[in-house]
Write a protein that binds this ligand. Structure first.
Ligand code: SF4
Ligand code: SF4
Length: 89
């Protein structure tokens, strides 16, 4: 099941990339694509990529980083955070 809710998280301006994807190491196993509840990993023409605006939706769960055996995904918590910010409820 994937989460598609808009507004669940918000982007803190100025935060740099905190997920670095190395396509040279990727074996296209699809594990990141399957594990990401926010559906931020995609596949096109047989190649994995992360959506350009991932910083707006990423929950900073680190799951994609954990499942990537070849080490194609580097993840670090962004300073200040960009992920889940509960504004309602
Ligand atoms: S989990 Fe890693 S190796 Fe597998 S498709 Fe994703 S980036 Fe590529
Ligand atoms: S850290 Fe979690 S929410 Fe962010 S891209 Fe990876 S699996 Fe998806």
């Amino acid at each position: 099941m994937k989460i598609e809710l808009e507004g669940l998280s918000k982007h803190i301006p100025g935060t740099g990339d905190f997920i670095i994807f190395d396509s040279e190491k990727c074996n296209n196993c699809d594990m990141c694509l399957k594990i990401c509840v926010m559906n931020l990993w995609k596949k096109k023409d047989g190649k994995i990529y992360i959506v350009d605006d991932y910083k707006k939706k990423c929950l900073e769960c680190g799951a994609c980083y954990m499942v990537c055996d070849p080490g194609a995904i580097d993840f670090s918590y962004p300073s200040g955070g960009t992920g889940v910010v509960f504004e309602q409820g």
